[in-house]
Ligand binder design. Structure first.
Ligand code: TTP
Length: 262
C-alpha cells in the first residue's frame, strides 16, 4: 500500500514516483539558471522546477540565550554575505549549510500532478548536491579557503548522505548552461545582488574551469559511479534566451528531446 516506506518497494514493482526523472541545471554564477528554469516551467506541464534555496542562506535565524528586557533575542545572519566577506572563516560553514538546505529541498517528493502525468514527468533542479561539492566546495578547497581537515569532514558527510539518500536524489540528466565568464560577469553586474558586489572576474573564471572539468572534459574525480555516466546536454548560455523567441523555441525543443531520451 502507499503507506509503505520507500525502502520496502522493490525495483521490480516501481511506483510512479520512480518514473519522475530528475535533471539539474548547472552553470556559472549569474549565467541565468533560474530564468531558464522558469522558462522550462512554463513550457510544459510535465516539468516541475525545484528552485534553489538562496534566500535561506541570506536569512539564518538564531535564537540567543541573552535576554533584553525579558524577551529572547533573535539574530538574523546573512551567511552568503559572511562567506564573501571572509571566505577563510565562513566557506566551510556556508558550504555545509547550502548543501544541507539543498538536500532538504530536493528530498521532497514530487507533486501529485507529476506522478499522475501521462508524458515524461521531470523534476528540474537549479543545481544539485553534486555541484555543491564538485564545483563550489572543491573550488574553495583549492583556493585554500577550506582547509584539509574541513575538506575531509565535508567529503565524509557528503558521501554518507549521498549513499543513504542516493536513490532519492540521483540525477538522470544534467543541462549545462555554458557561457564565458565575461558574459556571466556582465549578467552578475546587471542583476546587482548586493552580496556579490566584490565578486571578481577571476573567481568566475575559476568556477568556469570547474564546470568544464566536471561536465565537458570529465576530468574531475567523481566518487559516485552513477554520476559518471549521467548524460549532459550543453546549451549556449550566452544566447539571449529570455528576449529572443527563436532561441527560446530551439532550447525547448532540444530539452524535450533530451528528456525523452533519458
Ligand atoms: P548560483 O547557484 O550560481 O545561483 P544564481 O542565482 O547566481 O544563478 P543564476 O543567475 O544562473 O540563476 O549561486 C548563488 C550564489 O551562491 C552565488 O553568489 C554563488 C553562491 N554559492 C556558493 O558560494 N557556493 C555554493 O555551493 C553555491 C551553490 C552557491
Amino acid at each position: 500500500s502507499d503507506s509503505h516506506p520507500r525502502f520496502f518497494l522493490s525495483s521490480s514493482s516501481p511506483k510512479s514516483e520512480f518514473r519522475v526523472k530528475r535533471v539539474s541545471i548547472e552553470g556559472n554564477i549569474a549565467v541565468g539558471k533560474s530564468t531558464f528554469a522558469k522558462l522550462l516551467q512554463t513550457a510544459c506541464s510535465d516539468w516541475e522546477v525545484v528552485a534553489e534555496p538562496v534566500s535561506k542562506w541570506q536569512n539564518i535565524k538564531s535564537g540567543s540565550s541573552k535576554e533584553t528586557h525579558g524577551s529572547p533575542q533573535t539574530t538574523v545572519s546573512n551567511l552568503l554575505q559572511m562567506m564573501y566577506k571572509d571566505p577563510q572563516r565562513w566557506s566551510y560553514t556556508f558550504q555545509t549549510f547550502s548543501c544541507m538546505s539543498r538536500f532538504r529541498t530536493q528530498l521532497q517528493p514530487p507533486p501529485p500532478h507529476l506522478l499522475n502525468s501521462e508524458g515524461t514527468p521531470v523534476q528540474v533542479y537549479e543545481r544539485s548536491i553534486y555541484s555543491d561539492r564538485y564545483i563550489f566546495a572543491l573550488n574553495m578547497f583549492e583556493l585554500g579557503c577550506i582547509n584539509d581537515t574541513e575538506w575531509a569532514v565535508y567529503q565524509d558527510w557528503h558521501s554518507l548522505l549521498v549513499e543513504q539518500f542516493g536513490h532519492q536524489v540521483e540525477l538522470e540528466g544534467i543541462i549545462y548552461l555554458r557561457a564565458s565568464p565575461e558574459k556571466c560577469m556582465e549578467r552578475l553586474k546587471f542583476r546587482g545582488r548586493s552580496e556579490e558586489k566584490e565578486v571578481e572576474l577571476d573567481y568566475l573564471k575559476k568556477l568556469h574551469i570547474q564546470h568544464e572539468k566536471w561536465l565537458v572534459e570529465k576530468s574531475t574525480e567523481i566518487h559516485f559511479e552513477k554520476l559518471k555516466n549521467v548524460p549532459v546536454l550543453q546549451l549556449d548560455g550566452s544566447a539571449e534566451f529570455l528576449t529572443d523567441p527563436e532561441v527560446r523555441k530551439q532550447f525547448i525543443s532540444q530539452v524535450k528531446s533530451f528528456f525523452n531520451a533519458l
